[in-house]
Design a binder for this molecule. Structure first.
Ligand code: DX5
Ligand code: ZN
Length: 219
């Protein structure tokens, strides 16, 4: 059984203090930093790009778990790799050739993740599960923090876990969106080993990041 890791999303951080916020997350016990990149086209919101990630890179050695909610995504992968991303996660709907994009990320010596929206079936990624490092199961429709967890995705997590065990595969199952103290145990029991959280980590318990990260892990 893999150790549960927490990847706090900086989408809920104070964007005027991102360097300090990342330090707070590191001191609070974050295992990695989830960086939500949005282009206002693939999702109806705009956030940050490679220049910001590059400037944040010097503030921590933690893994940058970069979630690209952008399309077209293929032509930007190299920029994100060079900016300091360690894991590059893309949405299959955002590339013309998923195999080429996976191979490009691997050629840049980065870990590759594929993100499945709540209405995206596992079939789209099934043929690549032995080649990728992570499946990011969206438990909200991407674009904003603070949304409500969609419980129907629990079945998808369970199915991914079954496929993983049956084929002796090693990809991480990361779940992203609406994770809180009430649903995190269900998500872990279903098969997730990495939890993304923005609102719960930054806003619960008067913003006590250390407590919030700990409580998500042990629940
Ligand atoms: C949504 C992002 C998520 C989101 C998680 O598009 O991909 O990472 O920021 O935030 P919470 O935990 O607030 O749902
Ligand atoms: Zn995300």
């Amino acid at each position: 059984m893999k150790k549960i890791k927490i990847s706090p999303s900086i989408l809920s951080a104070d964007f005027s203090q991102l360097g300090n916020e990342i330090k707070r997350l590191e001191e609070g016990g974050a295992d990695m930093i989830h960086v939500d990149v949005m282009d206002g086209h693939f999702v109806p919101n705009l956030t940050i790009g490679p220049p910001v990630i590059k400037s944040l890179r010097k503030h921590t050695d933690l893994i940058f778990d970069v979630h690209l909610m952008i399309s077209p995504v293929h032509k930007y992968i190299k920029d994100f790799a060079e900016s300091g991303a360690n894991i590059i996660t893309i949405h299959p709907e955002a590339t013309e050739n998923l195999k080429d994009s996976i191979n490009l990320i691997k050629s840049l010596n980065k870990k590759v993740g594929i993100s499945l929206n709540p209405n995206t079936k596992i079939d789209i990624v099934e043929d690549f599960l032995s080649e990728i490092d992570l499946v990011l199961v969206m438990s909200v429709y991407p674009g904003f923090g603070g949304q409500k967890f969609i419980p129907e995705v629990l079945e998808k997590i369970k199915k991914l876990k079954t496929i993983k065990e049956k084929n002796n595969l090693n990809f991480d199952i990361e779940v992203d969106g609406g994770i809180n103290f009430e649903n995190c145990k269900q998500v872990i029991d279903a098969g997730a080993n990495i939890l993304v959280s923005g609102t719960t980590i930054f806003k619960s318990n008067n913003g006590n990041i250390k407590k919030n990260i700990y409580d998500l892990k042990i629940n």
